[in-house]
Design a protein around this ligand. Structure first.
Ligand code: RIB
Ligand code: CA
Length: 316
């Protein structure tokens, strides 16, 4: 276990969060110290239940505590998520059996603080939902910003359009004030935004490879993948995008495993929190060389190399 990268995964378990959890848990390079949950694709209760059910499905070889967190943004009402992308229950209405697992009592923000102090400079935060739990943790203990290895977050859009508005990506738009606090905190950030995740098109050929290679003794996982990928392909087909699933959240885990899947450039990222049309946008001053920076922004991805690594990992 020694040379594995320790991470805390924060999720709003919808379909791509579930795919990210499976990837992280099955990776030989990662030790998941804990999973924290929050509102986003579904409410925090459903996100927590979905996370526990996904852990039941993959039955990790080690204990992975789950800690529930925020059920609303810091200051705004919660925005209703897109049912088309994740289904009403967040997992494409797939009937996973009731879980016997329980979350820990501790709030996610306190769990994050505790784990960082237990693993000083030896833990990476991987966030694939809103940044609310981290913003609360930073408000409680600002020192954690200098005690983590890095924050790798799925969120934002710098040189490409948004996906929930013309300019904003869902995880940032879902709680702009939380994102602002995180980007201003001094925590080392790698921003895995739509600039790169919109290139990670997991299509029917990739799905075919998984179903060819996944051992038949993992029938539960095979059935789950069959359902959620068909749900995803149909959803993207109906949006006239073609038959694929964008691997937003799994790419954030992939970048935590191996930063070589992406090319980054450092910027100072400002979060728009006031605009009537632009709220949740991740902005940088592109006119001048960056005199100060607060994030390494992913600007290119070797999508096929990443997708093949994803497949090789989850079929183990
Ligand atoms: O914009 C994509 C992000 O929003 C992903 O994390 C997806 O799960 C949703 O939370
Ligand atoms: Ca997510």
């Amino acid at each position: 276990m020694q040379n594995k990268k320790k991470i805390i995964l924060d999720v709003d378990t919808g379909i791509d969060d579930a795919l990210a959890i499976i990837y992280a848990v099955k990776s030989d390079d990662i030790l998941v110290e804990g999973i924290t949950t929050g509102f986003g694709n579904v409410d925090v209760k459903q996100a927590t239940e979905n996370t526990l059910k996904v852990l039941d499905l993959i039955n990790p070889s080690y204990e992975i505590p789950v800690s529930a967190g925020a059920d609303k943004p810091l200051f705004r009402p919660r925005r209703e998520p897109s049912v088309a992308i994740h289904g009403h229950d967040g997992l494409g209405e797939y009937p996973l059996p009731a879980t016997k697992r329980y979350p820990v009592e501790q709030h996610a923000s306190d769990f994050i603080i505790k784990k960082i102090h237990e693993n000083l400079h030896n833990i990476t935060l991987v966030f694939t939902g809103r940044l609310t739990n981290l913003a609360i943790a930073l408000a409680k203990d600002p020192s954690i910003a200098s005690k983590v290895e890095r924050l790798v977050l799925m969120g934002g859009a710098l040189h490409v359009p948004g996906n929930v508005t013309e300019v904003a990506e869902a995880n940032i738009h879902g709680d702009p004030e939380a994102a602002h606090r995180v980007f201003e905190s001094g925590i080392p950030i790698t921003m895995v935004g739509l600039d790169v995740t919109s290139k990670t098109k997991f299509g029917e050929e990739h799905f075919g490879q998984v179903m060819e290679q996944l051992p038949v003794d993992q029938q539960g996982l095979r059935d789950f993948f069959d359902h959620i990928f068909q749900f995803s392909f149909n959803a993207s087909d109906q949006l006239n995008e073609g038959r694929f699933r964008l691997m937003h959240d799994p790419l954030a885990v992939g970048v935590a495993i191996d930063p070589n899947y992406v090319k980054t450039k450092d910027f100072y990222i400002y979060i728009e929190t006031r605009g009537a049309l632009s709220s949740g946008a991740t902005l940088a001053d592109l006119r001048t060389p960056q005199t100060k920076t607060n994030a390494s922004v992913c600007i290119k991805v070797n999508d096929e190399l990443f997708l093949q690594h994803y497949i090789d990992t989850i079929v183990k």
